[in-house]
Design a binder for this molecule. Structure first.
Ligand code: SF4
Length: 494
């Protein structure tokens, strides 16, 4: 039984961060590695703020956790200090809580009833509780390989080793199928490896989970592009089912702003991938912000990752631009009593460290030097308007322009869907208008026996949705192979 008045006794407190000057000297996670006893005491207090609502919005529904995380249950277990059972209940719905605890923008916190009123002191710090349970689970050996007790004799190929592919692979391996994960990169993890900077999640967190999957029996093949290094015919001959978890990494480009072709104007991932490779020890990044005036266009997660990366690379200045206004605080928004975060712009730790954010602005022109390298941007004040059909347009507020120095421009304006790959052509799968792979209610694509999950199906989305879709596709594949399944299926295809 939770403490119904805990939120009145204790105020919300987020995980403490390392001092800014210290964290800018390295690539490690920004959060302080607290002494476990001190950390656990603080987190138990935070868990005590959960009053275990009768119908908790945090844990399900359209606004809450897509995984159906049993949030009030493990909050209460943490409050009582039963970390082992809390770990058990957390892992019952989430294969990788250490990923979501670090990377998810926490729709559960936006949905928490305590976020409705300032007087309640803000949402329960669910992310902090989740991450601490996950880390405690590893520290105390609660996480062990879960070996399958039966073998189905069926073989499944998973294409892609991001969070959706890994979740599907772990569920299917544990259900007794022989699972091989194919990754075209040289290391496993997909976006978790080369898209997410180390300061958000250290790669040792990923590696220890991969080690668990290996010990459970999942097999991995790296440096293998399915459709090229292994043909679709071989895939069909060797496997009973295929799961496509290939992501949606086609970056949206700015094809209309004059000067886009100048040297120094890059898509965000062209900056992040080599930077993350450099941290892995692959040598200096080919695209570095060191000694440069950097402009990041786009106010989302990827933009914040570029921002923090450029700062650590030694940029002279970093400025992030957004066409939208600085978001009103949830409490200032009197159009609705419900919290709108995380669907509005957020502040990330990277923004506290250095640099500047500019709102209601757009680039009118990239200006280059005689060598064809970008040196300035022309900036205009704008507002974003929507017409009656919902189409958005960016309208300049005047002809006035401002010149900002810019030696490097990073376009972090979203993703347009799945990258072109021969595999899809050979399977006869065409992309939807959104650039994603469509499927039926059983997650099966237009190619029989071929399933899809994660960003490849949903479009670029949250890590928690990738894991939820990975778990759900595992249920569908298990049913396809054996006629029924006891695996959970937290979400349905959109
Ligand atoms: Fe606890 Fe908030 Fe969930 Fe209610 S909505 S059960 S207070 S975390």
């Amino acid at each position: 039984m939770a403490d119904p008045q805990g939120f009145m006794k204790y105020s919300r407190s987020d995980a403490p961060k390392r001092p800014k000057p210290e964290r800018l000297q390295d690539w490690n996670e920004v959060y302080l590695h607290e002494e476990p006893a001190e950390r656990n005491k603080a987190v138990r207090t935070q868990a005590t703020r959960c009053m275990d609502c009768g119908i908790p919005f945090c844990h399900s529904g359209t606004a809450g956790c897509p995984l159906g995380n049993l949030i009030p249950e493990w909050n209460d277990l943490v409050r009582r200090g039963d970390w082992e059972l809390a770990s058990d209940r957390l892992h019952a719905t989430n294969n990788f809580p250490e990923f979501t605890g670090r990377l998810c923008p926490a729709p559960c916190e936006a949905a928490c009833v305590l976020s409705i009123s300032h007087d309640a002191g803000g949402a329960v710090a669910i992310k902090r509780v989740e991450e601490t349970i996950a880390d405690m689970s590893w520290e105390n050996g609660y996480v062990q390989p879960a070996q399958a007790t039966v073998s189905s004799g069926k073989r499944v190929a998973v294409v892609g080793s991001g969070p959706a592919g890994l979740a599907a692979a772990q569920q299917l391996t544990r259900a007794g199928h022989e699972v091989v994960v194919y990754e075209r990169d040289d290391r496993l993890g997909g976006l978790l490896r080369y898209g997410i900077p180390e300061f958000k999640m250290e790669k040792k967190v990923l590696d220890r989970r991969l080690s668990q999957l290996r010990r459970e029996g999942t097999k991995f093949v790296t440096g293998c592009e399915v459709g090229v290094d292994i043909t679709v015919e071989q895939l069909r001959a060797e496997f009973d089912a295929v799961v496509l978890a290939v992501g949606a990494l086609r970056g949206r480009d700015d094809k209309t702003t004059p000067g886009r072709e100048l040297k120094g104007v890059h898509l965000a991932m062209d900056h992040l991938v080599p930077a993350n490779r450099a941290v892995e020890g692959d040598g200096p990044s080919a695209i570095s912000a060191e000694g440069k005036h950097v402009i990041v266009i786009g106010g989302g997660d990827t933009g914040a990752d570029c921002y923090g990366t450029a700062t650590r690379q030694g940029a002279l200045s970093v400025t992030q631009l957004d066409q939208y206004p600085m978001p009103p605080s949830v409490r200032d928004d009197d159009r609705s009593p419900w919290p709108v975060w995380p669907h509005i712009l957020r502040t990330y730790p990277a923004h506290e460290e250095a640099g500047e954010r500019r709102f209601t602005v757009a680039v009118r022109r990239f200006v280059g030097d005689d060598d064809g390298h970008v040196r300035f941007i022309e900036l205009q004040q704008v507002r974003v308007e929507k017409d009656s059909s919902g189409r958005r347009s960016v309208v300049p507020l005047s002809d006035e322009v401002e010149m900002l120095p810019a030696d490097m421009v990073l376009l972090a304006i979203g993703f347009e869907g799945v990258q072109h790959m021969r595999l899809l052509d050979d399977l006869g799968i065409s992309l939807s208008q959104r650039g994603t792979i469509s499927c039926g209610s059983d997650w099966q694509t237009s190619a029989p026996g071929v399933f899809v999950c994660g960003d490849a199906h949903r479009g670029a989305s949250l890590v928690v949705w990738a894991i939820a879709e990975g778990r759900s596709v595992a249920n569908a594949v298990d049913s396809f192979l054996t006629g029924s399944s006891n695996l959970p299926s937290p979400v349905i295809p959109n």
